[in-house]
Design a protein around this ligand. Structure first.
Ligand code: 6XA
Ligand code: ZN
Length: 347
């Protein structure tokens, strides 16, 4: 398996996020990816490569032009407002909810932060754009490798991506790496692509991006949004719309779910992918399903991830893995590489 490693990920290093009524140190830290890389060095599964550089046209199939232009210059605008802002990250605090307009692009920076975001838990930092942009290159490189005949490739990058929509950031995500990979597989001529999201949190961004499409099937196993982030999407009755009706499948599970019930849902998701006739698979690989994750509530254990990898390999599809959540930092490397090793050993 090839790994495309985002060598610029440390440039995104948020300071504080809003959590349970106070600003707390960010959970989404550079150490997460470092632990995965260290574990990949202990248990090598193949070469670790830098990504190819793609131009921005690879992003515009997924993200809106006005969102991309905002992200590119947001940090400079933030510091231009007040030089002292260089020492603090930008967080949104006002949003265009129902009855307010989101078609107008306000001049005010705070107003645009709210227009292009969904929560106050996702700080925008000096290096956010550089890190996210290189992460997109990793996802696109992994997709190209798989389209070119590799059985599997892993995009080892942060910040994660699956909450990012066509024109908003949130849930620690800025560019939707899984969606970019899926679209790249399509662009490279693979007619039917499935995205399987196994992060604890529903991949609202990925779902929304492909919701009206019949060529990309999205399925997700996640904490029930009645109680779990992102709350406003991820319910079982969301089946797709228009041409995409029947090409979206959510499998929400209650907080507290253990591996046996989770694996039953995995079997259902994989049956859906087989029924769709997928020719390639993108896995949003979140490891926050781990027992003891500080922002999640499932109870998977390290050894379970070997079985998950084996189950994924049994589908027999060329597969792109994209690193998403997982905040039990000391354990996230073992969990991630267990999935990948379980996949490799099952082939
Ligand atoms: C609320 C929790 C964000 C969850 C981010 C995540 N600040 N998504 O792990 O997969
Ligand atoms: Zn998550």
């Amino acid at each position: 398996m090839l790994t495309f490693y985002n060598h610029l990920h440390t440039l995104h290093q948020g300071k504080l996020e809003m959590f349970r009524g106070e600003l707390v140190p960010c959970f989404e830290v550079p150490d997460r990816a470092d632990h995965v890389l260290a574990e990949l060095h202990r248990r090598p599964l193949g070469p670790v490569l830098p990504p190819q550089a793609f131009d921005d046209s690879a992003l515009t199939g997924i993200h809106s032009a006005r969102y991309l232009s905002f992200l590119k210059t947001a940090w400079d605008e933030w510091v231009a407002l007040d030089p002292a802002n260089a020492a603090r990250d930008a967080l949104p605090s006002v949003w265009p909810v129902r009855t307010l307009r989101s078609d107008v692009l306000p001049a005010n920076f705070a107003a645009r932060m709210g227009l292009f975001s969904m929560d106050a838990g996702t700080p925008l930092t000096s290096g956010t754009w550089a890190a996210a942009r290189a992460g997109a290159d990793c996802a696109l490189s992994a997709a190209n490798a798989v389209a070119g005949g590799e059985r599997a490739a892993f995009a080892l990058t942060r910040p994660p991506g699956h909450h990012a929509g066509a024109d908003f950031f949130g849930g620690y995500c800025f560019l939707n790496n899984a969606a970019l990979a899926a679209q790249q597989l399509r662009t490279q001529g693979i007619a039917r692509v499935a995205v399987l999201d196994i992060d604890y949190h529903h991949g609202n961004g990925t779902q929304a991006i492909f919701y009206d499409r019949a060529d990309v099937y999205f399925t997700s196993i996640h904490g029930d949004p009645h109680t779990e982030y992102p709350f406003y999407l991820g319910y079982a009755d969301e089946l797709g719309c228009g041409a995409g009706l029947g090409f979206n499948r959510n499998l929400p599970l209650p907080r507290g779910t253990g591996f046996a019930a989770w694996r039953t849902a995995l079997v259902q998701a994989l049956q859906g992918i087989a029924g769709f006739g997928a020719q390639a698979l993108v896995v949003s690989l979140g490891l926050d399903t781990f027992d003891g994750d500080p922002v999640a509530g499932f109870h998977l254990h390290s050894a379970d991830y070997l079985a998950v990898g084996a189950d994924l390999a049994a589908v027999g599809l060329p597969t792109v893995f994209v690193f998403e959540g997982g905040y039990a930092v000391a354990e996230v490397g073992v969990s991630a590489v267990n999935v990948l090793q379980g996949f490799e050993q099952a082939q």
